[in-house]
Design a protein around this ligand. Sequence first.
Ligand SMILES: [Zn+2]
Length: 276
Amino acid sequence: MKLGAQLSTTRGLKTAIMEASERGLSVLQVFSRSPVGGQSKELPKTGTVSAWLEQAHIRPFFVHAPYFVNPAATDPTMQERARAVLAEEMVRVKRLHGDFLVLHPGHCQGIGDEAKAAGLEILAGTLRYMLTRPGIILMENTAGQGRELGSTFDELHELFRHLGRIRRVGILLDTAHAMAAGFPLHTTEDVTRFLGAVERGVGLNRVRGVHLNDNAYPVGSHRDRHAHLLTGHLGLPALKALLREVRDRSWPLILETPGSTVEAREHDLWQIEQLL
Ligand SMILES: [Zn+2]
């Protein structure tokens, strides 16, 4: 199984890559810059990162986009800023030799179905603009907090409908967000129902990976606080079923449970290894 985690790069990207590799992880996710804003970090020299990744046997390498811009903003100034920042992120991912840029769909600016529909259309425009650069974008399903888009696979279906025949956009499933959005993940049948909704909405063939997290808040709460595996609302039978599906489909698995180091996820990794 391709197993990995989101790690902090505060001690440098090379340290994060080596840390993952030393624990036997084969997948890594990082933020290429501060997720909440500020100047973007200097990038290592071209070529060096691919050598580190190769040496550490890490692939795929996921880069998470920052949260401080809203790709679905109707406000023209906010929209322009989001497009500029995210197109630059595409270039940064390429220079970091990343495989995917992971993106949250953003928030609609208004209430009701019309505002949602408008937000999804703008989001599609942002993605089209980003795709003027090379690279692959992965949209994450969300908890649906406030006016957050992308918590249902109908909304994500709508997004792909706007995008048409574009192939460089995929899906990254997050189990904590799915639970917050109203998908129980307690039993084996829950996992079947959840994947059924993914298949009907966007197609399982678009999925490029899974963020495996528990959620501290109840199912359907639309509140998202990642928790260590089996300490929140994720059930053991569902975790077993998810691991089987992930393995059978060769989806890379990324832990985004609390903490920013491998050590902080040691119990989660142990848990997964026990169940495999
Ligand atoms: Zn996630």
